[in-house]
Design a protein. Structure first.
Length: 386
């Protein structure tokens, strides 16, 4: 009997607002308000799409946040999907205590405190039934933190701060995406907290290992920058992959024009290098069909080649869909395809935060990107995204 595999670690998203010179909110200065109303709404949408929200003890003490989903429609949508109104609220506590008077304990949703083993008895005594308290070993190990959350069903983790917590995950190389809202002013105060303060450990995202820019967006007077922090291993992308992606890009050019949907091409290729099926968005006069759906619809679901096949898509497979019962990421997972190659991630245009990559990786698929072809795939959709 095969041993049971541990659950996949959560997709980790860091969301932060900072000044042009890299400083984050300092709750001791009420004049410093980095976010705009539009950015606050973005954060609320990210919370609603997450399984858990994580902050450090310093942020709890300084800001006293509730970490709730504020929009009633978003809470209702979570409940309709079988989720709780609010994501799990997670606090990282060091050797110091946490006040039982914090607003977090009186807010909606379940709460979890992760702390070094030596701090657990004191925290349990002070917090009582307000939160579950779990030890992480002698010190904080971010990998063990993620394992503890995965064991509780967390597939998507939103890290809201502060700087020390962000550095903890960044230096461990465990961050998948960073969303930075840059406010249009300088703080200039040397002692003000920074987005990722030095920790003595190296950041994997060095000057020679650049992150991938997923997109930009204007939110009032703030600019949002989205980065993929962990790049696909370029050594796993073959010349054959590049060739098939070019076929998919050519297919995307056959899509009937649309102002409300992307033009996408998809090809499914067997392990021996032979094509199984291909498709493109709005193929056959169906203005709702997606490229991956079109290609998969031409194959017998029982075809044994699917288990070892690769699907090439010029855009990240969708994770949310109103026009069909299942999004493309779920269709790929159900088909048993274990290797997915895409050209570019879906920008926040029609969906605030597409999670196709995360859903596929959580299901055990290998997802690779071809950044060298991203601009070519984007160009087909230049009327939608600049």
């Amino acid at each position: 009997m095969s041993p049971e595999l541990p659950p996949a670690r959560p997709f980790v998203l860091i969301s932060a607002a900072m000044s042009v010179d890299g400083h984050i909110d300092d709750a001791t200065d009420e004049r410093l308000m980095l976010s705009s109303p539009e950015d606050f709404d973005r954060v609320d949408a990210l919370r609603a799409e997450s399984d858990a929200i994580l902050v450090g003890a310093g942020t709890l003490r300084a800001d006293d946040p509730r970490l709730e989903v504020r929009d009633a429609a978003r809470r209702e949508a979570r409940v309709a999907r079988g989720l709780t109104e609010h994501p799990l609220k997670v606090a990282l506590a060091g050797h110091g205590g946490l006040s039982s008077e914090l607003r977090l304990w009186r807010s909606g949703g379940a709460k979890l405190v992760l702390a070094p083993d030596g701090a657990v008895p004191g925290l349990r005594a002070s917090l009582g039934s307000a939160a579950e308290v779990v030890g992480t070993g002698a010190e904080f190990d971010p990998a063990r933190v993620l394992d503890a959350l995965a064991a509780r069903g967390v597939r998507r983790l939103m890290v809201e701060g502060g700087g020390a917590v962000q550095s903890l995950f960044l230096t461990a190389g465990l961050v998948d995406e960073i969303q930075l809202a840059v406010a249009p002013f300088f703080v200039g105060e040397g002692s003000a907290p920074r987005f990722a303060p030095p920790t003595g450990a190296a950041f994997p995202q060095s000057a020679t290992q650049r992150m991938t820019l997923l997109g930009t967006e204007t939110l009032g007077d703030i600019v949002l920058l989205r980065y993929a922090a962990r790049r696909s291993d370029a050594s796993l992308v073959t010349q054959a992959d590049v060739g098939w992606m070019r076929v998919a890009i050519d297919l995307s050019r056959q899509c009937p024009p649309s102002e409300t949907a992307y033009s996408v091409g998809a090809v499914i290729v067997a392990a021996d290098g032979t094509e199984i099926a291909r498709g493109f968005s709005r193929e056959g006069g169906d203005d709702k069909v997606h490229a991956e759906e079109s290609a998969l619809g031409k194959i017998d679901p029982a075809d044994p080649r699917l288990r070892t096949a690769t699907i090439y898509s010029t855009l990240e497979p969708c994770s949310v869909r109103a026009s069909r019962p299942s999004p493309c990421a779920e269709l790929i997972r159900a088909a048993g395809i274990g290797r997915v190659v895409l050209a570019w991630r879906e920008p926040a245009l029609f969906v605030a935060d597409c999670q196709g990559v995360e859903l596929l990786e959580a299901a055990g698929a290998t997802v690779l990107e071809t950044p060298a072809l991203a601009e070519e795939a984007r160009a087909v959709n230049a009327h939608l995204v600049s």
